[in-house]
Design a binder for this molecule. Structure first.
Ligand code: SF4
Length: 454
């Protein structure tokens, strides 16, 4: 008797870049699994390798090019996707094709269909899909208890330091019913924290004129505030957190703050401000650059005293004078931002800001970045110190053999903020679990993290 065996088709996957690229990787992996492909853990075991690249700053470009080179030498059959795939050099030539002409195919970001076409061409489908073998929430690259939810792709702004719109195109909002269904599947699968991402979360629905969709038989508009309310309500029914990233300070964002105060969504707002001086913001062509951000932040804190504000800034933007930089420092002293990242300006190839007059020398850019971070260290230390002695709800991310754990409070997004180190509970039979919410008492702090006991 003979048996017929279907040959397996194995695809290796290298995922680089930001959470938005990670979501693209998850969608490709989900589709591969749905079509019966397997994933390989080594170059040797793979029939083909997909590299999802990042092209944001020069260091990321180099890392992506190195990863492609490694995949080519170790495996030989390589498909490239992601932001670097859409990037051209100064001569207008495709960067990847120029450095690595042997790659099988190159696509830009958010190109599931094109990537799958290239896969089918070079590694035919193993069999017809058994869609029900794929988990409804798709394949996730994050730990099981948290997940990113991408609500839109692309961006309508043209910030002068950024090349994302040229790589990812204009804003395209996902239909609200599709977003809600994905959120529901994630919660059902055990996700305890949903991180809403996009290039500009506040702009959700602008491209479709805030069209009305339907969720659970009820009309709901494709609009940030309605989406946040619906996600918060859904998350609460599963005992899970919903956290918002990349929110620009438009007036309608004020409508979301009461939802944070009511506990519908986590009181955490990630608002990338990039600078404070009006002239620099104008040169940066930032969205909402006319908003009075100090007043807005004060109003948000009045509406929701527990709110954590995270932001990012750029030091040494072209033309930044010492006076403009000190204006930024004064702003930071007054704004008392809880979580802050600061980058020295990096002249990304293709960004219009590179043509602005009076570029700041690299050394001075770094020095200014250092001054921002030094100031922030003092601010953060004081703000975290104020939490000592208080109780907090923490979501556990890791547990060691002795039972001590690392978790995060509502004030800490994964990967980018601080953590809460939780001492093992005293009860001998009570071991903390990953993905569990625990109430802890804060015992100590430093400039980034907290220590607590369960
Ligand atoms: S808002 Fe500005 S920085 Fe953000 S993706 Fe759009 S163009 Fe880039």
């Amino acid at each position: 008797m003979s048996t017929i065996t279907t040959p397996t088709r194995k695809v290796g996957f290298v995922s680089l870049g930001c959470p938005k690229a990670l979501v693209d990787s998850e969608q490709i992996l989900t589709q591969l699994r749905a079509e019966g492909y397997e994933t390989a853990n080594s170059y040797d075991g793979a029939d083909l390798v997909i590299v999802n690249t990042c092209g944001f700053i020069d260091a990321a470009v180099q890392e992506s090019l190195d990863a492609i080179g490694e995949a080519l030498s170790e495996n030989g059959k390589v498909i490239v996707t992601g932001c670097l795939g859409a990037k051209k050099d100064a001569q207008g030539d495709d960067i990847i094709q120029k450095v690595h002409p042997k790659v099988l195919a190159v696509t830009g970001p958010h190109a599931l269909g094109e990537v799958m076409n290239a896969v089918h061409l070079h590694l035919p489908k193993p069999h017809e899909p058994f869609m029900d073998l794929v988990p409804a929430q798709g394949i996730k690259l994050t730990p099981r208890h948290y997940a990113y939810l991408k609500i839109s792709e692309g961006c309508n702004h043209r910030c002068s330091f950024c090349i994302i719109p040229s790589m990812r195109g204009d804003l395209v909002s996902r239909p609200i019913a599709e977003v809600m269904l994905e959120a529901e599947n994630l919660f059902k699968s055990g996700v305890k924290e949903l991180l809403v991402i996009s290039q500009d979360t506040s702009a959700y629905g602008v491209d479709v004129k805030f069209r009305t969709g339907f969720w659970n038989g009820k009309p709901v508009r494709t609009h940030m505030t309605q989406l946040v309310a619906a996600l918060g309500e859904l998350g609460a029914s599963y005992g899970a957190w919903v956290r918002l990233h990349y929110v620009y300070p438009y007036p309608h964002v004020d409508d979301v703050i009461p939802l944070m105060n009511q506990g519908v969504v986590v009181p955490y707002l990630d608002v990338p401000l990039q600078h404070a001086h009006p002239a620099v913001l104008k040169r940066m062509k930032r969205p909402a650059n006319g908003e009075k951000n100090i007043e807005r932040i004060a109003a948000w804190r009045a509406m929701c005293p527990d709110i954590t504000i995270r932001s990012t800034f750029i030091a040494g933007f072209p033309g930044e004078t010492e006076e403009e930089f000190e204006y930024l420092l004064d702003f930071l002293k007054e704004a008392q931002i809880d979580r802050l990242g600061c980058f020295a300006y990096s002249p990304v190839q293709g960004a219009t800001a590179n043509e602005l007059a009076d570029p700041v020398p690299a050394e001075l850019r770094e020095e200014r970045r250092g001054r921002v971070m030094q100031l922030q260290e003092t601010i953060s230390k004081q703000r975290l110190q104020a939490r000592v002695g208080k109780s907090l709800r923490v979501l556990i991310d890791e547990v060691d053999k002795a039972g001590s754990a690392v978790g995060r409070s509502a004030a800490d997004a994964p990967e980018i903020d601080g953590v809460v180190y939780v001492k093992a509970p005293y009860e001998p039979h009570r071991k903390l679990k990953v993905g569990e919410f625990v109430d802890v008492a804060v015992t100590a702090s430093d400039a980034h993290d907290l220590w607590a006991k369960a």
